[in-house]
Design a binder for this molecule. Structure first.
Ligand code: F6R
Length: 365
């Protein structure tokens, strides 16, 4: 049932404040201001030396965001790879590793094969899945469910942000256990996590502006997405969403990599979508934007309105985001990334819920 929406994808994008709220509530003790993990998560993070993450597609990008959280908040080294590589690369695993698998369906063949490889190597197996009865859930030592509800649109949206919510809660729990976060740090992070649904509702108000951009973007043959820090995996996710449903060629890049090659592509025909939360690397991203602008590139800046004004870079459009603690920016900035893809594909008359050549669940290699 699509409710009042034209597509499942639109419904699932708009449902995010609700389902992320539900997921956050599952992992947070509101009264205590602390995170809470399921009892079956019998991992002593003080004895863990490394987290090894594997997943495919959008779930892999959730893992890339989580790498920043585990490293920053819990000082835990992270190794991450797409499951189709992970399963064959013969990575050495140790009993002090925790292996983490992320999957909406819980049935993705490569992710399952990676899980079995890690299990054979003696690592503890955690999974973040949306389907609790799935094969990946059944074969894990502990399951951290996302409470996104059924995701029907082939392009993953609400499952992604729910994965991020679970992963941030897990990183906070690991940081507390390892003593890298104080009780006060935890309270601050938990209140940031609790603020996400409200901020997502704010971010959804950018929809009208994004709709207005769809015509311009639909004319492009190539689109670049740039981001730094946690916005880098988000740039990858934005590009994946756009290419999946609009069939426009899109690439996500770490903003700092621009001058190492992709800047050669910039001219007035290539829109450059810059995801720029007001975080510690914002100024660096601004200088990359200036490089794009100097070459005639047409920039769509997704960021806080005041920051965009202060950046004083000539843009084709600004998509305004609310102010927030930068640690949770990936959850909120996912919304404009999804809406840009949705409205561009819709404007082009594409079948957004059933893009060509794609299946919701990839159960073969
Ligand atoms: C992108 C998308 C895919 C999936 C990937 C993994 O919008 O939906 O990239 O994220 O196939 O699927 P799951 O999460 O079911 O393992």
């Amino acid at each position: 049932d699509k409710g009042n929406h034209r597509h499942f994808m639109a419904k699932e994008i708009h449902e995010q404040p609700e389902v992320v709220g539900r997921t956050v509530a599952h992992y947070v003790d509101l009264a205590a201001g602390r995170v809470k993990m399921p009892a079956e998560l019998a991992v002593d993070f003080r004895k863990v030396n490394r987290i090894v993450i594997s997943a495919c597609g959008t779930a892999y990008y959730a893992g890339l965001v989580a790498r920043y959280w585990f490293e920053r908040l819990a000082r835990l080294p992270v190794e991450i790879d797409v499951a189709s590589e992970f399963r064959y690369r013969e990575m050495p695993l140790f009993a002090t590793d925790v292996a983490l698998f992320i999957s909406q369906s819980g049935e993705t063949a490569d992710t399952l094969a990676s899980l079995r490889y890690a299990k054979a190597g003696g690592a503890s197996i955690l999974s973040v899945v949306n389907v609790p009865t799935s094969t990946i859930a059944r074969e894990s030592t502990a399951v951290l469910p996302t409470l996104a509800g059924p995701e029907i649109g082939v392009a993953s949206t609400k499952a992604f942000t729910c994965q991020l919510a679970v992963l941030l809660a897990l990183a906070i729990a690991a940081g507390r256990a390892r003593g890298t976060l104080s009780e006060r740090d935890e309270e601050g992070l938990v209140s940031a996590l609790i603020s996400v649904p409200g901020l997502m509702a704010e971010a959804l108000k950018s929809e009208a502006d994004i709709e207005g951009l769809a015509r311009e973007l639909s004319k492009a043959r190539d689109v670049l997405y740039l981001g730094r820090g946690m916005a880098y995996p988000l740039a990858l996710e934005g590009a994946l969403k756009l290419k999946e449903i609009s069939y426009i060629h899109a690439e996500g890049y770490a903003a700092g990599e621009l001058k190492h090659g992709p800047i050669a592509l910039i001219d007035e025909t290539v829109p450059v979508i810059v995801l720029a939360p007001s975080d510690a690397v914002f100024e660096k991203t601004v200088s990359n934007m200036q490089e794009v602008a100097a070459r005639g590139g047409r920039i769509v800046l997704v960021g806080e309105a005041h920051a965009a004004r202060e950046a004083a870079v000539e843009t084709m459009a600004t998509v305004a985001m609310p102010a927030m603690n930068p640690i949770i920016a990936p959850l909120v900035y996912a919304i404009p990334a999804q809406l840009i893809a949705y409205h561009t594909a819709l404007f082009m008359g594409k079948d957004v819920d059933q893009p060509r050549n794609l299946a919701k669940s990839v159960t073969v290699e």
